[in-house]
Ligand binder design. Structure first.
Ligand code: PLP
Length: 380
């Protein structure tokens, strides 16, 4: 390098790849492309011998996330994406073509509802929504164009546990693919692919990341569908950056210990709220898995509790329009995640002005309980 000029040296200063011990932590391959020694070497990528060419196609860190979640979900393979939303889009486009119909649950994350109701029709894909609590309604809503059934395993924000086994069995009988948003349950509690789901999607922004410092998505499932989805991710450009994939992978390593503690804390919080006179109704799943019921608790505050005052009285508990971090947070679905759901559907679902959604963190359970009891009592 010494013989070159300053401008050349300024960009080529890097030492050669070290031949030292491998690092314990996964390095971040913060690179947009990979280099080759000669044309034959480059050809070897296209022959499948070399793994990496260009980071929009694939990268060791994004591969880690896709494969890591696939391993935990006990399915073939996965692809990491720029957000939960783009993972959902890639999954749907891997299955549905123009003219096809998708049947979705009516109790969905607001962004998913918007994607399905407003954007998919522009791709020529029609979506209808129905309650998945009644299997007869699901059956009646299928058409000869239905190629995909979509639902969340535990719904947001009312924490309904969908009848996955029945829905998947029905789809299999009709030759229809199933895609399950497993964000709230996480593979720690539930693995929809082991029940027969073809695709499982996560907003890795939530429990997989777990620290509220990354926006990411991951789609896992059966190999041929994931191969198709990878193609969509490459062409749509909704790949994840290496650093964000690295953060999500770091989160994934502690998923089980976080979920264990957070699920326990949520259970401990749901109990005293059930019997509190300032609470009209607690939404907390009866049963998700033998390991627990997840870390979300939604609450309809009693009519004599002033919601604005409740949010002002939370003390150390932060108000945030997200969930799943290690800190306990509270959100207000009516004005955030479910703002875009039509009023009528929102009323039908029971997402009203007194509903607050609690994402329970890893703090000490007695502090969490005290914070909410105190906030409710001072807002009465
Ligand atoms: C947050 C969320 C999404 C969307 O994920 P982003 O990472 O925000 O794009 C999808 N489904 C559920 C259940 C969510 O909570």
């Amino acid at each position: 390098m010494r013989e070159t000029s300053f401008n050349t040296r300024a960009v080529h200063f890097q030492a050669k790849e070290p031949a030292r011990n491998a690092s314990k932590a996964k390095p971040i391959y913060q690179t947009s492309a990979f280099v080759f020694t000669d044309l034959e070497d480059m050809e070897s990528f296209y022959e499948g011998e070399k793994e990496y060419l260009y980071s929009r196609y694939s990268n060791p860190n994004t591969d880690d996330l896709g494969k890591g979640v696939a391993l935990l979900e006990e399915t073939d393979d996965g692809v990491a994406t720029s957000s939960g939303m783009s993972a959902i889009l890639a999954g749907v486009l891997a299955v549905a073509n123009p003219g096809d119909h998708v049947l979705a649950s009516d109790d969905l994350y607001g962004g998913t509802y918007q994607l399905f109701a407003q954007e998919l029709p522009n791709f020529g894909i029609n979506v209808s929504f129905v309650s998945f609590q009644d299997l007869n309604k699901v059956t009646e809503s299928l058409t000869d164009k239905t190629v995909l059934i979509y639902t969340e395993s535990v719904t947001n924000p009312l924490l309904r546990v969908e009848k996955l086994e029945e829905v998947i069995a029905l789809a299999k009988e009709k030759g229809i693919k199933t895609m399950i948003d497993n964000t709230f349950a996480t593979p720690y509690l539930l693995q929809p692919a082991t029940l027969g789901a073809d695709l499982v999607v996560h907003s890795a922004t939530k429990y997989i990341g777990g620290h509220s410092d990354v926006t990411a998505g991951v789609l896992v499932g059966e190999q041929t569908l994931i191969d198709k989805a990878k193609g969509k991710v490459i062409t749509l450009g909704c790949n994840l950056s290496p650093f964000e994939a690295w953060l999500a992978c770091r989160g994934l390593k502690t998923l089980s210990v976080r979920m264990e503690r957070q699920s326990h804390n949520a259970k401990m919080l749901a109990e005293p709220l059930e019997s509190h006179e300032g609470v009209a109704r607690v939404f907390y799943p009866k049963y998700v898995s033998e390991k627990g019921n997840g870390a979300m608790v939604s609450v309809d505050l009693a009519d004599d509790v002033n919601v604005e005052a409740f949010f002002r009285s939370l003390g150390w508990v932060k108000i945030a329009p997200t969930l799943a971090g290690v800190e306990t947070t509270v959100s207000y679905p009516l004005r955030t995640s479910h703002r875009t759901i039509p009023d009528e559907l929102r009323k039908e679902l029971g997402i009203g002005a007194q509903l607050v959604r609690i994402s329970v963190g890893i703090e000490d359970e007695k502090d969490i309980i005290a914070a909410f009891v105190q906030a409710i009592e001072s807002a009465k």
